[in-house]
Design a protein around this ligand. Structure first.
Ligand SMILES: [Zn+2]
Length: 427
């Protein structure tokens, strides 16, 4: 037995949790010793702490922590053109490594054990994830600006093929996803090529879709169909498709996507901060049977990666949109950050049960701001934030205990990320 958590609370009931080979071996009433149980390598005292599954961030650009607070309060295109794109043009793999490490320390401290990433300089992201011990799908952004035969597209295709062929050499926690940026930055021919590659290799495809109304209008003007139908025409609905945003999907598109088992990642904070003009229609998605998961998007447009805060914002914005406080409950918000992404990203069970990956957080709900706890899920989603996370475990490894990160020197991670950010900003 590698690790035992003693006397934590699961749904309000005291439980011991045994962990072996990265998986939950058993969940028992406390003190129930079974003859022949091996002595654990490590015991964590969970008394007074609430155990939840590790949170899963469905859409982010981890290294954009380097651009946290850089160009706030600007319209989307002005922010991209005057701030983000010029700085990103200077990024090196080392910068991305430092920015990703900062993101991972933040995720560990706020209870996130998995994230779905899309960014530049993928080897820098992979190195950080392998070192700090989280789980991730890591995709290289693919942008050919509508030219599928240009030099840039050729080099990107080669890089993608290399990643796909080398994927078996990765640590099992780190997986390859294909990440075409969006339908307005990638040529249809390149999307068809990626759809075919993903289908043949059973890969997840991660793309931004229908984030703004102008994107939908442009798709209809150019291709004569709305974005989900366009994805069907290039073969992407035949893949394991993950769509970031989906703000402007209509009901017919949602039904089409649901019929093909696609997933939408809703990023409420980023949508509101950039004022993209609409709010994803969760009620319609649920009626269509479409799988929905939660994401933070990058720290450039959020400005943190706190999935506990994001669950609250998700619930609030959906209640507000529907004029109905029952439309998305605290329990549903938690499911969008745990069980639903576990299914979408094929991570195994997202519940705390035997056989599930040992991705577990222990949360301290004993503070004045979260007391009294009538319902632990309500306290987590509506009253707490990431600072309430006490212990973070991923793949059976303790990444943080009693708010102390064990897998990195936090001060060093922060200092090197600040230095990288200052260099990119030309300071
Ligand atoms: Zn994004």
């Amino acid at each position: 037995m590698e690790l035992v958590i003693r006397h934590c609370l699961v749904e309000g009931d005291a439980r011991d949790i045994g962990i072996e080979e990265g998986r939950i071996a058993w969940v028992r009433s406390p003190g129930l010793e079974v003859p022949g149980d091996p002595t654990p390598d490590r015991v964590i005292d969970g008394r007074g702490l609430h155990a939840f599954p590790g949170l899963k961030n469905g859409h982010t650009h981890a290294a954009m922590t380097l651009f946290r607070g850089y160009g706030d309060d600007l319209p989307l295109m002005e922010w991209l053109q005057t701030r983000i794109w010029p700085a990103e043009a200077l990024l090196t793999e080392e910068d991305v490594y430092h920015g990703t490490r900062l993101a991972l320390v933040e995720m560990i401290r706020s209870g996130t054990t998995y994230f779905n990433d899309m960014y530049w300089h993928r080897p820098g992201v992979v190195r950080a994830v392998e070192e700090l011990g989280l789980r991730a799908h890591v995709g290289s952004v693919f942008i050919d600006h509508g030219d599928p035969t240009g030099v840039a597209a050729g080099a990107l295709r080669e890089a993608v093929l290399r990643q796909v062929s080398e994927r078996h050499t990765l640590n099992l926690r780190v997986q390859v996803a294909l990440a075409p940026h969006a339908i307005y930055t990638v040529a249809p021919e390149s999307l068809e090529w990626m759809a075919d590659l993903a289908s043949r290799n059973d890969l997840i495809v991660h793309i931004h879709l229908s984030e703004t109304r102008s994107e939908v209008d442009a798709c209809v003007a150019t291709h004569g169909v709305r974005p989900a139908h366009f994805l069907e025409s290039v073969g992407l609905l035949e893949t394991s498709l993950v769509l970031a945003h989906g703000v402007y999907l209509d009901e017919e598109e949602m039904e089409l996507l649901a019929a093909h088992g696609a997933t939408v990642v809703t990023n409420p904070t980023a949508n509101m901060k950039l004022a993209t003009g609409g709010i994803f229609d969760y009620r319609a998605a649920r009626a269509a049977g479409l799988r929905v998961v939660l994401g933070t998007d990058g720290a450039g447009s959020n400005n943190n990666l706190d999935m506990i805060e994001e669950m609250k914002i998700l619930a609030l914005v959906q209640k507000h949109r529907a004029g109905d406080p029952t439309v998305l409950t605290a329990r549903e918000a938690l499911a969008l950050a745990t069980t639903a992404p576990s299914e979408a990203f094929r991570l195994g069970s997202g519940d705390l049960e035997p056989g599930a990956p040992a991705d577990i957080i222990l949360v301290d709900l004993s503070r004045p701001s979260t007391q009294p706890v009538h319902d632990p899920v309500s306290a987590l989603v509506y009253a707490a934030n990431g600072d309430a996370v006490h212990t973070t475990i991923c793949d059976g490894r303790v990444l943080m205990h009693d708010r102390r990160v064990e897998v990195a020197d936090e001060d060093e991670v922060v200092a090197t990320a600040i230095a990288a950010a200052e260099k990119l900003e030309g300071r």
